[in-house]
Design a protein around this ligand. Structure first.
Ligand code: GLU
Length: 472
């Protein structure tokens, strides 16, 4: 939620859009159409909790219909409001365009504190919300496909799927009505870690570019970089994991109740287990406590990864930020004032709408899997392994040398679902990073990477409107 009463997240998205629109050549009418939310559904519905009736406030916003279905997560939080859902829906449109995922942007939210309800009560709320979406044709594999977001996960997606399929018996592609499902319910392997992994792939690509690293005042490569991750939810946890595995040192981790710091490095899984056991991230063995969690953002580091909620870095604290690169794993963690400050300070901000696109990219793979009704790799895995075996045997016969068992195993391996999903995600993130940085380099007046990302997104959505025409 906004820490400033007057802050509008949607206005911030519009401001970033306008800043970038100057660098495109689209008709002002097209630009206005791209900016606005196409359909906004605000609902109130009653749910019986114990012996009381609670009226629940919820939303689904479809920002753009230039491609269908619309796509975007559903958030459960007390901070959910129309402004936030509109902003997040708009970011989904631009995010999908940047990573070439053929969807329009959408977002949903229910204004509740999920921790206050039992699983049974949450299921009732989720099912009722899904029912409301079905009634207004705001869900379906060809119209609008929700996914997890802050406060929701595989469990909620299963309830949504079950509600949808029970209301639409016999609909052959019904599994594609929602993504982020458990693998046992039509989910895809790799979806859970996709956003965090995408963040890692994106930053790794930036860190491999000499000119970008020169801009940031850092040496090339991920190895040895000091990383701070704010938020140990699904996205933050996996981002920390892949940075650590990639050779970086995660020096601080933060949660709502506080943060911990250890310049020698933290293991996210150990911290996660500690928090589960103790009920707090604080007092982790060998680490220093930071009692006021937001202070962690101001520590000296190379890469800062805000992976929680919007507006955590703003005009107030931005002047004190010491990171060289900020990778926006959350949606909207920086306000426009913070952006301006970082442009002046020369801090490289890698923007949310592309950096955290790993989630929706793998959601796209899940949706494709659901429409094709077959697991990735099922048809080709054995065939590839058999071919590889023949090639290896031929090489051995021709050279008279035997390939070692370990190498044989690696070379033989045919792709399974997780391999293909990881590969598709890596390709997507590398491609998007290059496209955005090229646009940025091509015009010296483009002030930052966010503006370059918006230029890429606006041009793609604009091209859709130009080619499809405007319906009379
Ligand atoms: N909620 C995620 C996001 O903000 C994922 C959306 C999706 O998979 O549709 O990108």
């Amino acid at each position: 939620m906004s820490t400033h009463q007057e802050y509008s997240f949607f206005d911030a998205v519009l401001a970033s859009f306008d800043k970038a629109a100057k660098f495109t050549a689209w008709d002002p009418g097209i630009l206005e159409q791209i900016k606005q939310c196409n359909s906004v559904y605000r609902m109130h519905f009653p749910v019986k909790i114990g012996d009381k009736i609670e009226v629940i406030k919820a939303y689904r916003v479809q920002h753009s219909h230039h491609k269908t279905p619309c796509k975007g997560g559903i958030r459960f939080a007390t901070t959910v409001n129309l402004d936030e859902v509109m902003a997040l829906a708009a970011l989904m449109t631009y995010k999908c365009a940047i990573v070439n995922v053929p969807f329009g942007g959408a977002k949903g939210g229910i204004n509740i504190d999920p921790k206050k309800y039992t699983p049974y009560e949450l299921e009732k709320i989720t099912r009722r919300y899904t029912h409301e979406l079905i009634k207004k044709n705001f869900i379906g594999p060809g119209t609008d496909v929700p996914a997890p977001d802050y406060g929701t996960g595989e469990r909620e997606m299963s309830w949504i799927l079950d509600t949808y399929t029970s209301m639409k018996p016999g609909e052959i592609d019904a599994l594609g009505c929602v993504t982020g499902k458990p693998v046992t319910q039509g989910g895809v392997r790799g979806r859970r870690e996709a956003t965090g992994l995408g963040v890692f792939y994106g930053i790794r690509e930036i860190c491999s570019m000499p000119d970008m690293m020169e801009k940031a005042g850092l040496s090339k490569g991920i190895k040895g970089k000091r990383v701070i991750v704010q938020g140990l939810g699904n996205v933050g946890y996996h981002a920390a994991k892949f940075f650590r595995e990639g050779g970086a040192t995660v020096i601080a981790l933060a949660e709502l109740e506080g943060a911990i710091f250890n310049p020698g490095g933290l293991n996210e899984e150990e911290v996660f287990q500690h928090r589960k056991k103790e009920g707090t991230i604080l007092n982790f063995p060998g680490a220093t406590n930071i009692l006021h969690s937001p202070d962690v953002l101001e520590l000296d580091c190379d890469i800062l990864i805000p992976a929680a909620l919007e507006n955590v870095i703003n005009g107030e604290n931005a002047p004190r930020i010491k990171a060289k690169i900020i990778g926006e794993a959350a949606n909207g963690p920086l306000t426009p004032e913070a952006d301006e400050i970082f442009i002046k300070k020369g801090i490289l901000v890698v923007p949310d709408m592309y950096l955290n696109a790993g989630g929706v990219t793998v959601s796209y793979f899940e949706w494709l899997k659901n429409l094709s009704h077959v697991r990735y790799g099922r048809m080709e895995k054995r065939f590839t392994e058999n071919q590889n075996s023949i090639i290896l045997t031929q090489i051995e016969d021709l050279t008279g040398k035997e390939v070692k068992a370990k190498e044989r195993e690696i070379i033989m391996h045919g792709p399974d679902e997780a391999d293909l999903v990881y590969s598709g995600l890596e390709e997507t993130m590398i491609g998007a990073t290059r496209e955005i940085t090229e646009v940025w380099k091509s015009n010296p007046d483009i002030p930052d990477m966010r503006t370059a990302a918006y230029v890429v997104a606006i041009n793609k959505v604009g091209t859709s409107y130009a080619e499809l025409g405007i319906f009379p």
